[in-house]
Design a protein. Structure first.
Ligand SMILES: [Fe+2]
Ligand SMILES: [Fe+2]
Length: 135
């Protein structure tokens, strides 16, 4: 079942970034499935770690892209990325310390997909597409 399915709403019109977003969505779904099936804490821990590594890489790639297109909102976008990573880090630390994953964690992941990707990522997607057209 998973946490969320890919849909056209998540398509921001930039193939490389879409690809990375799809990868993040898959990793979130894998994590959610493990949690639902009550996998071992070690397995869940590994899934969180995978998501964290892929997210760190994606944010770096995205910020390079934003610099390339001279995105006006780069500074605030970077701050929002940092906040998402800090929050993910916080959930991971709490999990390592013995807490359970639950609704707040998965609501956070969903908000990230729907709020961040459909929101501010799609804004730079629109600019990228119009730059590609005029190039
Ligand atoms: Fe972003
Ligand atoms: Fe993104």
């Amino acid at each position: 079942m998973g946490l969320m399915e890919w849909s056209d709403k998540l398509d921001i019109g930039v193939p490389t970034m879409n690809h990375e977003h799809q990868n993040l969505l898959n990793l979130m779904n894998q994590l959610f499935d493990k949690w639902e099936k009550k996998a071992s804490r070690a397995e869940i821990q590994t899934a969180i770690e995978k998501l964290k590594v892929a997210t760190t890489d994606h944010f770096k790639h995205e910020e390079v892209h934003l610099e390339k297109i001279k995105w006006e909102k780069l500074a605030s976008h970077k701050i929002i990325h940092k906040r998402l990573l800090d929050d993910l880090d916080k959930f991971e630390k709490e999990y390592k310390a013995g807490a359970e994953l639950g609704k707040p964690f998965f609501t956070f992941l969903k908000m990230w997909l729907t709020g961040h990707i459909q929101g501010i990522d799609s804004e730079y997607g629109t600019k990228t597409q119009s730059l590609n057209k005029s190039a």
